[in-house]
Design a protein around this ligand. Structure first.
Ligand code: G6P
Length: 608
């Protein structure tokens, strides 16, 4: 949700702000704006549409100044119009604010401010923040900000500029991420590190209810209640190349093609073939504590939730431990039961999804130990959990998650092996899974080599407007994920179903116009799903089947077959999802959709 960036330093702010903002565009892209302090005045330029539109509006204009801020929006309160785009200013245009999050009590505050004479120009919740700071601003900028945020209920990552204090930028965080980039006499405040990587790899992560002031003499951090705090400067391991397209047409395609490497990275140093064990050092749990686990609750959203469902099949199968998977947003509002021996696993690529974070906090409050499975190092979920597993997939920029999904499933496989070996799994079984897992990166590459073939299949289906995806067992979540990928980026209606459930409703949809994607590798459900394929065929549905190599049976009935190499039953989902990612990608491209920035979506959902 919303990308925010602030700059203060020795260079011209405008080009740095625009460049950094573009790196955050995946967070939201319905409107954008900047504010630069020029000769003691705050110059604001904003527009509906993407950052490129903002650039056009600024082209040829000189906005000299070395302090400024910029915003790319994902609208919550108020339509995505130019007027509602950030930055927002106070009555006199002397304070500019950019915001990521939602102010829940803004109506009450707005009414009060209007009664005391403040004039509002937008429908946003954010604008009240500029007016509140104006209201409290006597001598100290910091104090005014502290008094203002004390009135706010909700979530916010804020960057604030004031012409009364021209050598300062203030950043505040509560519930929405904010990171400070520390370079030579330069500071960047941003909602995530990709905006600042070009300038520095030294960062300070703010925690909730913390604020930072940056100025020519350095930066200082304090709580929003004005207690000074010392924060450590941390080093980011990502480099610039990782957040660029590297010759691919889209980030999504690049990320799909990175999977042989990212899956390998998720396993690196964690597989011990000799003992058939997997080692996950970051869990911060002793072997005794791990053996005492009685139940695992997994909370997640979106694609991470699909990975969690596969994890459920895997952990139950390999470790014989009961697992429950819940949408984080549902978990947190239903007074969940956490008994002794329950551990909660929060899965999140970004580590910032607000529902997952709040659900994790709820589980913690109820006494559960919480573990995170995250991609972004230093993210809030990673920092607030008691331990966890980093998936090491590198930055994922495409809004539709691909490489993070396969790395999450890989990390859950490692967890399943580890827990399994502590309980019910013998050494040779552990070794067999490890050997199969080690082959997965090459097998993924083999599937990627079919890209052109999959593109041809996409051409045959790109004008269809409904798709059904079917799978059994751990391929039911793969069916959900395949359908989600298509929906997200091509705006085509698609549903994922357990194949046997088809008979209880969806079968009514099947006729000669309905493409049905069936995930049918040679696993233990193979003969059952053959029956489902026959049922589709009998109703003239158009069959695209994901099958194991040399499956002649399937080839006889399917309209199109995409083959995958053979692996163990439980590892198939890492392979079967790859053609579905490519199919969705090509259909979206053929339909002329913006694959990396699908409409209405955002990469990191930091509002409820
Ligand atoms: C958004 C993204 C999805 C992602 C979901 C959960 O909806 O568009 O791709 O799966 O959030 O995100 P997380 O970062 O928690 O995995």
């Amino acid at each position: 949700m919303c990308g925010i960036v602030g700059y203060l330093g020795k260079n011209q702010a405008l080009p740095i702000l625009l460049e950094s903002l573009k790196r955050l565009e995946y967070r939201g892209y319905d409107s954008a704006g900047i504010a630069v302090l020029q000769d003691g005045c705050i110059v604001v330029e904003k527009t509906e549409g993407k950052i490129s539109t903002l650039e056009q509006r600024l082209s040829g204009k000189e906005v000299p100044g070395t302090v400024g801020l910029a915003h790319t929006r994902w609208a919550t309160h108020g339509e995505p119009t130019t007027q509602n785009a950030h930055p927002h200013v106070d009555c006199k245009g002397s304070i500019a604010v950019i915001h990521n999050g939602i102010i829940e009590n803004y109506r009450v505050l707005k009414k009060r401010l209007e009664e005391s004479g403040h004039k509002f120009k937008t429908d946003t919740d954010t604008e009240i923040i500029a007016h509140l700071i104006e209201e409290f601003y006597d001598d100290s900028f910091e104090e005014a900000v502290q008094k203002a945020v004390a009135q706010l209920e909700g979530t916010y990552g804020l960057v604030i500029l004031s012409k009364k204090d021209p050598n300062k930028l203030i950043g505040v965080r509560n519930g929405s991420p904010l990171v400070v980039g520390v370079a030579d006499d330069e500071y960047l405040l941003a909602s995530d590190v990709s905006a600042i990587l070009k300038h520095t790899r030294q960062v300070v992560y703010l925690d909730d209810k913390e604020m930072v002031t940056v100025g020519p003499s350095g930066f200082s951090t304090m709580t929003t209640e004005n207690v000074e705090i010392q924060k450590e400067i941390e080093e980011i391991s990502w480099d610039l190349e990782m957040i660029e397209k590297g010759g691919y047409a889209h980030f999504m395609l690049k990320e799909i093609f990175e999977q042989p490497e990212t899956i390998h990275n998720a396993c690196r140093g964690r597989l011990i073939h000799e003992s058939g064990y997997a080692k996950l050092g970051g869990l911060n749990m002793s072997e005794r504590e791990l053996r005492e686990i009685k139940r695992i609750v997994i909370i997640a959203c979106g694609t991470s939730w699909h990975a969690a469902l596969i994890g459920e099949y895997m952990i139950e199968e390999y470790a014989r431990l009961p697992v429950e998977v819940e949408y984080a947003s549902e978990f947190r509002y239903r007074n969940p039961i956490i008994e002794p021996g329950t551990i909660t696993l929060a899965i999140s690529q970004s580590g910032e999804t607000i529902d997952t974070l709040e659900a994790m906090r709820e589980a913690k409050r109820k006494g559960s130990r919480v573990l995170g499975v995250c991609n972004v190092v230093g993210s809030t979920i990673a920092r607030e959990s008691d331990g966890g597993v980093y998936i090491h997939a590198g930055p994922e920029i495409g809004v539709a998650s691909t490489k993070a999904f396969t790395s999450q499933v890989t990390a859950l496989t490692l967890l399943a092996i580890m827990l399994g070996r502590m309980r019910v799994m013998g050494r040779s079984e552990g070794q067999e899974i490890i050997e199969a897992l080690q082959k997965i990166p090459d097998q993924v590459q083999q599937i990627l080599n079919h890209n052109e073939e999959i593109e041809k299949i996409a051409k045959a289906y790109c004008n269809d407007s409904n798709f059904l995806y079917l799978g059994r067992g751990a391929h039911f979540p793969v069916a959900l994920e395949g359908a989600l990928k298509l929906k997200e980026i091509s705006y085509v209606h698609a549903e994922g179903y357990p194949a046997a459930e088809m008979k209880h409703g969806p079968i009514a949809l099947i006729d000669k116009n309905m493409p049905v994607v069936v995930i049918c590798p040679r696993d233990s459900a193979y003969s059952k799903i053959q029956g489902n394929i026959a049922e589709v065929k009998a109703r003239k549905g158009r069959l695209i089947v994901i099958a194991t190599e040399e499956d002649e049976e399937v080839a006889k009935v399917a309209d199109h077959v995409i083959t995958i190499p053979q692996t163990l039953d439980m590892l198939y989902p890492i392979l079967t999802v790859i053609p579905l990612q490519l199919l969705a990608y090509h259909i979206a491209v053929l339909r002329g959709c913006n694959v990396d920035q699908p409409r209405n979506l955002a990469k990191s959902v930091t509002v409820e």
